[in-house]
Design a protein around this ligand. Structure first.
Ligand code: IVH
Length: 686
């Protein structure tokens, strides 16, 4: 291809991709399939590889991350990022209204918006291109996190038309949706990685991650609420938000414009009631005077604007004393500090323990045994310590030193660079790691040996009968019969008594025997290989079909599989390189576990068996990926374009006109989401 031709096509493709990104993320109304979208992206990638001189830093291909930031550069904000005054009562809101009234002495409108509980960010655009993304920092200067922010797909890298000023700044909040957060934490738990305390921590931790390809995989989102610059064609805040929306920025649509403070109070009450249904955390409502001219008249104090105020919802909080810190060792060896608290009533339950996450959190809080601490229960289930009451600290208190040896086996703890967690490296003989691995092996999503739950693993371990999962398959009836043990209970008291009578032993042995029927993908998951969670195990099992093929695979074979990256590949290779792991696997093979995907697992079954679908548009009950997964789960196949093989076109809202025409012309049956739900039946629909 000629250079000029390449440049033309690159520009064309970039614009097309941007347009479809906008339809997908901002309008929720995609016009092309994921496949068609990916093809455009692939074409652009290929051209850019051939003609690297034409790679625009704002090209849609530059989002996948990969760039490493060693130290985030500290950058001064053009306009300081001030904070907001907080209020917690209607009375204080009325005081705010009175202050505004007194200064303006003319009618004014208020805008009410959600106060998103994320991490604030300032984006600078020049000639419509994103050039800088800076965190709030201390308000005067923040960290340059541009590389990481570029990976957030809904943030426009380049704006579609020319109506924007040559240079402007937008501010907003980066956050992690609760659904994405839960999914991510679940995966982290499965792979033994430390879970994040809440979406806000996950967001700020992610933004400070050095490897932008990791950021690209995290479900970050953003809402924008502020636009500044010269020559902006909108004289009110509300209109500026509309303008931002038009340019492709995500704006939270839950907002109101009213002409008095009681309208704001109504809005606050509505939001307070509905907040639990939102897919993101908020900690209040922000109230702003709408007119920019009036905002300018009101001006700023040294800390905050006089034209805005935050109404914060009361967090459920209590103050109690930190009695001691325990250190728990998980199945992968990660050591987690847990606070023992003087019992206190919080949000209707008695709280005795709170997680302290890791050594970094302990030193950031400077929390010490004997301190009075603030405990909060937000959206998350585990209560957290948010701060220390320093004024009531005992003079003799000593700073908390994170332990340096494993509380369970005495091994010296180790730290992986760039991570906050300390690990006990004694994988093979540290008891909680051994027991943790066994518990993982028998768990429901792995080998599902439920007759072994609730303390029985502890007993088997204690009796010296089981160390490795393969030992389970050697257990004999006589070894188990009449074993008795009293498990340790709370605060040193004796707990539950476990006795292995005939029936129990039979159940245990049956459960173990039945697990030999568990499909290969779950056996693979049960092995507890670092980073190999349920989904990855499934992918590997489907791809390689047998353990043997997986064992013979090379790095290049692994990383070419969708969603298997460098880290997972390394983890697999190092697991399979260890002789003891291979010996263990051989014992499991001898025991008769399935090490191959059976034919009927790879071929389809279910109510949609043999049916091929093409999916288009947006759905009410499913995300786009969700509906595809549902089809596959029920035995159907999904194709990206209509052909003679297509049985149904599943049409959502805003199905692309091109696709509809094609479907109608080819005589393929077009069905609605409702038809589809009818086909799969209620019990298997998502
Ligand atoms: S306006 C000068 N609007 O709250 C006014 N802030 O306590 C700038 N925040 O640092 C802020 N949602 O991180 C504004 N709708 C919203 C907001 C919001 C969340 C955060 C923001 C700011 C902090 C102030």
């Amino acid at each position: 291809m000629e250079k000029s031709e390449a440049l033309k096509r690159i520009t064309e493709l970039s614009e097309l991709i941007r347009h479809h990104n906008y339809l997908y993320y901002q309008q929720d109304a995609p016009e092309i399939t994921d496949f068609a979208f990916d093809s455009l992206l692939k074409e652009l990638e290929i051209l850019e590889k051939q003609f690297p001189e034409f790679i625009d830093p704002n090209s849609p291909t530059q989002r996948v991350g990969g760039e490493i930031t060693r130290v985030f550069k500290s950058v001064k904000h053009k306009y300081p990022m001030l904070s907001l005054d907080n209020t917690y009562s209607e009375g204080e809101l009325k005081d705010f209204d009175n202050r505004v009234q007194k200064i303006l002495n003319e009618p004014y409108d208020f805008v009410g918006e959600l106060k998103i509980d994320g991490v604030s960010i300032s984006l600078t655009y020049e000639s419509g291109k994103l050039v800088k993304a800076i965190t709030r920092g201390d308000g005067v200067q923040g960290d340059d996190v541009t590389t990481n922010v570029r990976t957030i797909l809904s943030i426009p890298l380049a704006l579609p038309d020319n109506e924007y000023p040559a240079e402007f700044e937008v501010r907003g909040e980066i956050y992690m949706p609760r659904s994405g957060f839960d999914k991510m934490n679940q995966q982290r738990e499965e792979t033994g990685e430390q879970i994040f305390a809440n979406p806000r921590n996950a967001t700020s931790g992610t933004l400070k991650t050095q490897d932008s390809s990791i950021v690209a995989q995290r479900p970050l989102e953003a809402f924008f609420y502020f636009l500044a610059g010269d020559g902006i064609d909108a004289s009110s805040h509300y209109e500026r938000l509309n303008l931002l929306k038009k340019w492709g920025f995500r704006i939270c649509d839950i907002r109101t414009r009213v002409n008095n403070i009681s309208g704001i109070i109504d809005f606050i009450n509505e939001v307070g009631e509905g907040r639990k249904h939102l897919d993101f955390d908020i900690d209040g409502v922000v109230i702003k005077v709408d007119s920019i001219r009036q905002q300018e008249r009101l001006g700023f104090t040294s800390k905050s604007p006089r034209w805005a105020i935050a109404y914060k919802f009361q967090a459920e909080e209590a103050i109690t004393r930190l009695l001691s810190i325990d250190y728990q060792v998980g199945r992968t060896g990660v050591v987690t500090p847990v606070a023992n608290l003087e019992p206190v009533l919080l949000a209707g339950t008695v709280v005795k323990r709170a997680t302290l996450h890791n050594a970094d959190v302990i030193s950031a809080l400077d929390v010490r045994v004997g301190d009075f601490v603030h405990v909060e229960k937000g959206g998350e289930i585990i209560p957290k310590i948010t701060s220390v009451n320093f004024s009531s600290r005992h003079a003799a208190s000593v700073p908390t030193d994170f332990i340096s040896v494993c509380p369970e086996c005495g091994s010296e703890l180790e730290k992986i660079e760039g991570e906050s967690a300390w690990y006990c490296p004694n994988e093979k003989s540290c008891p909680p790691q051994i027991k943790g691995k066994l518990e993982h092996f028998i768990s429901r999503k792995a080998m599902n040996i439920d007759s072994l739950g609730e303390g029985k693993i502890e007993v088997l371990f204690d009796q010296g009968l089981v160390r490795l999962p393969a030992d389970l398959y050697d257990l004999q009836y006589d070894q188990l019969l009449n074993i008795e043990k009293v498990l340790p209970g709370e605060s040193g008291k004796p707990g539950k008594k476990i006795s292995f009578r005939e029936k129990t032993v039979e159940n245990i042995l049956n459960g173990i025997n039945n697990s030999k029927e568990v499909p290969f993908e779950r056996v693979l998951f049960a092995l507890g290989i670092r980073l190999v969670g349920e989904t990855v195990a499934k992918k590997l099992a489907r791809h390689f079909v047998s353990l043997e093929k997986l064992l013979n695979s090379k790095y290049e074979d692994l990383v070419q599989i969708d969603e298997i990256g460098d880290k997972i590949a390394q983890s697999l290779l190092s697991y399979f390189a260890a002789d003891e792991n291979i010996n263990h696997i051989n014992r499991l093979i001898e025991a008769g576990l399935k090490m191959e995907t059976e034919a009927d697992e790879t071929t389809t079954r279910g109510v949609l068996k043999g049916k091929t679908f093409v999916v288009s548009g947006v759905f009410e009950h499913f995300s786009r990926d969700g509906i595809k997964q549902s089809i596959e789960k029920n035995g159907g196949k999904v194709n990206s374009s209509i052909s003679s093989k297509t049985d149904f076109v599943l049409a959502g809202e805003n199905m692309g006109p091109e696709k509809r025409r094609k479907a109608e012309n080819s005589g393929v049956k077009i069905i609605s989401e409702e038809d589809y739900l009818g086909m799969i039946g209620p019990e298997i629909s998502e």
